[in-house]
Ligand binder design. Sequence first.
Ligand SMILES: *Cc1c(COP(=O)(O)O)cnc(C)c1O
Length: 500
Amino acid sequence: MSFFSTRGKSCVTASQAILSGLAPDGGLYVPAMFPQFSQQMILSMVDMSWKERAVQILSAYLEDFSRGEISEMVDAAYSAERFDDPAICPVTEIDASTALLELYHGPTLAFKDIALQLLPHLITRSARKNGEQREVAILTATSGDTGKAALEGFRDVPGTSCTVFYPLEGVSRIQQLQMTTTAGSNTHVIAVRGNFDDAQTGAKELFSSAEFAAEMNQAGKVLSSANSINFGRLVPQIIYYFSTYADLIGQRRILPGEEINFVVPTGNFGDILAGYYARQMGLPIKKLICASNRNNVLADFFHTGSYSTHRMFVKTISPSMDILVSSNLERLLYETADRDGELVSLWMKQLKESGGYHIGEQRHDWLSSVFAASWADDRETKREIRDLWQQTHRLVDPHTAVGGCVLGEYRRNTGDNTFAVMVSTASPYKFAQDVLSAIEGDEAVQSRDAFECAARLEEITGVPVPPQITALRDAPVRHKAVCDRDAQAMRAAVLEEVCG
Ligand SMILES: *Cc1c(COP(=O)(O)O)cnc(C)c1O
């Protein structure tokens, strides 16, 4: 299978796409076509383990990796030491027509682990396949969860280093501690005085700077990305859409061939895009419901066909979705534009120069047949956390709760009561303060720090605090670098951290 850039003509192998992250023209790599999975193939997954399902999906895209190589990588990535549930991504019940897809059983308690436990294997093997001798220097901007997941994935992996930029004021206390306490001789964490879009824009600028590439080269390093712009981040996420469907058949909650809906809490559009790819591969998905917080640029886009970043950036209690420029939307635009790279380039140019673009009525109609979208504010999100707890005894994090709000609204407005899967993207304990205040009110958090909130949450719900959270309490802070939000400051910070 070849991979094309969303903005032009470049055509590379899977391992080249994974190694470089971003295409030279600034576009994202997309597969030349979507491999097809028949109903029979999907049914055959019902009796497979997660690892067997993973090998099926990955093999369909990664043609320059042998099945043996893929099995080895999958075995190493999804081991029992790293995931606390043998199903890896278990599907559990909320009510008769709703399931919860739990994507937070990995080492950093967020869905990013599903891809970032595999990515280091993909990248180091891709480097070898392409004769790359230099150290692969991973550079990643994070809205909170990618950072820690990338650091854990790449920590002490020979031939790599991992540098993470996070917005200084934009992540939860637990998220920040998770990153700044990371061990490993090849990990670097830099706080940026700005928001996530500033960090992501700066990182993208570094990626497209020939001068910076030359500086890194001189130090014996080649850049790559662990953000979801990298196809290697996307492809492992397709697995759990298929795996969920197979599990629901196995649990006799749906019939073979039955269409289902997914609601996905969305920021950079990577998670939900993997769902779209699964749908294109033949998985019976009726609607993909895109859930945003107050940074509702995507909800507006799906409603109007116009993307506009002319709005205030808002800090919310679902910080991993505090994003105004969703990188992976470009991959959906490419499909919307009938794979016309020039049209995508034009929209991206308009986005850069005037902060927005419009895709036209026909294309918008087509999008609306596949996607629904809405958003929820912090107050609604907290109410959803409380209601879900009181009514179903399911404890969810604020991101997942945004999805719950939007699913409820979608069902009320459309009457579509198709079986729905709520994609649950993080452990509630990553956001213990906000979750506790949702359940017990603001007074309950006033005199408690994040760890005390977690302990109280365990006390009232009986849901155990994950050991990863408890361990943070006494872990020494090892990373203290801070830089300004412009690309030059970020460049200097990387050179100092990584090249010494
Ligand atoms: C990253 C993240 C999201 C958003 O996922 P995208 O792929 O960026 O759309 C949602 N929830 C949590 C907890 C996350 O970490």
